[in-house]
Write a protein that binds this ligand. Structure first.
Ligand SMILES: Cc1cc2nc3c(=O)[nH]c(=O)nc-3n(C[C@H](O)[C@H](O)[C@H](O)COP(=O)(O)OP(=O)(O)OC[C@H]3O[C@@H](n4cnc5c(N)ncnc54)[C@H](O)[C@@H]3O)c2cc1C
Length: 454
């Protein structure tokens, strides 16, 4: 590591210095939990904003604008006097010397470190698929997906006008977890409902949405009855659900799965996640996805001053790993505050315990599935689950103005069938879709080219 650069604004050296890396759900809750403690906090994030990831797909499918679901971290923490915010990327951790190194060259010393840098996409060793099949994790990913989906309709219209045909408008979503299910349902809504009056030469409703899932069912982490409901709902939305279907290749304009090549105007990746690479820098045991294995105080072995929070933590409770979703990340952040308060008071740290309130996934504009654990236990699906989903997401969204604008956008979209943020920015190219020219001689009807459903 290079020489230590003292950060200006540091308060009395007698107060413990806390560095929080990552302003996602875990990191933000951790920072807020320290609000009244006599500590000096530095929050570092490589982006200037907190992203409400559960609503990213609504940006990707043009219902919401990026600013509706993202808030500057500095603004969120502006009233917290013991906290400074730094936009920079952590590129190194020296756990023995208790320092983190930043991309800008600065280093920050800490007495306590909270690592909450989340997870990223995993292409299972096929990194070359990434530019062909973007995943959804950041605002940039969401606007790229929005660009590709909207551009596909535009290119088809142009192709139809110029040459009287267009290649199949197939949208292939790889991975049938919550993100894949949400994306597939929303693309189908766009094609079937929102675009139908906007084009003169193509019929967007004739486009196809294919959801490819390697395991026997979609939403595999949910109870079987909810998986079945989700699949039924997707089929009602005209999504072609292909379970037991392993993807073996992704190329420009095609996906190979189940031994067949499928035409794909747009391919999206929702199949795998891996932990942020920062976990490795601690030099402690990791699980197979790179998550840091932590004890009941959220500490890795031998590092009681380091706390790992959120998606980056592998924490087991009652024999099961706590899932990588927002609730555990928030609760881990809150716990960080309690653990530090105990240390400062000279008391023993309490154990962390995850309080599971349930899980929800939405499917299209009016349906969802919900596994509810609190305040009562139950499985919901359809419209009641969707109303619950909307209420919970409005409630947890950061920022009062964001809540208002998201609520207004949903009401507007629901009643008018008009999408709010249908903007194409950036390149006008799609992988595998240059100007196709006249229809190739001997071209098969598109339905024969697509793998049969399972
Ligand atoms: C599309 C999508 C939909 C989802 N839907 C749901 C849902 O409906 N319900 C639910 O409960 N959960 C959902 N999740 C999961 C949930 O969003 C995550 O579990 C949660 O965000 C994890 O919080 P975290 O704080 O661990 O990480 P994150 O929220 O991912 O935050 C990590 C932060 O660390 C920063 N960072 C990363 N590396 C560095 C570095 N080296 N230096 C500095 N900063 C860094 C990032 O910029 C980011 O701000 C969804 C996730 C996605 C991607």
């Amino acid at each position: 590591m290079s020489d230590l650069i003292e950060l200006a604004g540091r308060a009395a050296a007698s107060r413990p210095r806390v560095v929080i890396v990552g302003g996602g759900f875990g990191g933000l809750h951790a920072a807020k939990a320290l609000r009244y403690l006599p500590v000096d906090v530095t929050m570092v994030d490589r982006r200037n904003h907190h992203t409400f990831q559960p609503l990213l797909y609504q940006v990707a499918l043009a219902v919401l604008s990026p600013a509706d679901i993202a808030q500057p971290i500095r603004t969120i923490l502006r009233k917290q006097e013991n906290t400074q915010v730094l936009m920079d990327e952590v590129v190194g951790i020296d756990a023995r010397a208790r320092k983190v190194a930043l991309e800008s060259g600065a280093q920050i010393e800490y007495d306590y470190l909270a690592l909450a840098t989340g997870a990223t996409h995993s292409y299972f060793g096929h990194e070359q698929w990434a530019p062909l099949a973007p995943g959804l994790k950041t605002i940039e990913d969401a606007t790229e997906i929005r660009r590709r989906v909207l551009l596909a309709f535009e290119l088809a219209e142009r192709q139809m006008l110029e040459h009287g045909w267009h290649p199949p408008l197939n949208f292939v979503v790889i991975g049938g977890g919550p993100t894949g299910v949400e994306l597939a349902g929303a693309i189908s809504d766009i094609a079937q409902l929102y675009m139908r009056h906007d084009f003169r030469h193509i019929d967007p409703a004739k486009s196809r949405v294919l959801l490819l899932e390697g395991s026997p069912r979609v939403l595999a982490a949910y109870p079987e009855d909810l998986s079945a409901k989700a699949e039924q709902t997707l089929k009602r939305l005209s999504v072609e659900v292909h379970t037991h279907t392993q993807v073996t290749g992704v190329g420009p304009g095609w996906v190979e799965a189940g031994g067949k090549r499928i035409d794909a105007a747009v391919t999206l990746w929702a199949a795998g996640v891996q932990a942020s690479p920062l976990g490795k820098m601690l030099g402690v045991p990791l699980d197979k996805r790179g998550c840091v294995i932590v004890d009941s105080h959220l500490n890795p072995p031998g590092l009681p001053e380091v706390f790992v929070l959120g998606d980056l933590a592998h924490f087991e409770q009652d024999g099961h790993q706590v899932p990588g979703v927002a609730q555990p990340a928030m609760q881990m952040g809150d716990y960080f505050g309690k653990a530090l308060a105990a240390d400062l008071a000279g008391k023993a740290r309490p154990n962390f315990r995850y309080f599971d309130k349930g899980d929800m996934a939405t499917i299209g504009r009016m349906a969802a599935v919900a596994k509810i654990e609190w305040p009562f236990k139950g499985h919901w699906s359809g419209f009641p689950a969707w109303i619950t989903w909307i209420t919970v997401h409005i409630f947890f969204l950061v920022g009062f103005l964001n809540r208002l604008s998201v609520f207004a956008a949903w009401i507007w979209t629901f009643f008018t069938f008009t999408r709010g943020a249908r903007l194409i920015t950036g390149s006008q190219q799609l992988p595998g879709w240059q100007d196709k020219g006249p229809k190739p001689v001997g071209d098969q009807p598109e339905t024969e080219k697509v793998a049969a459903g399972s």
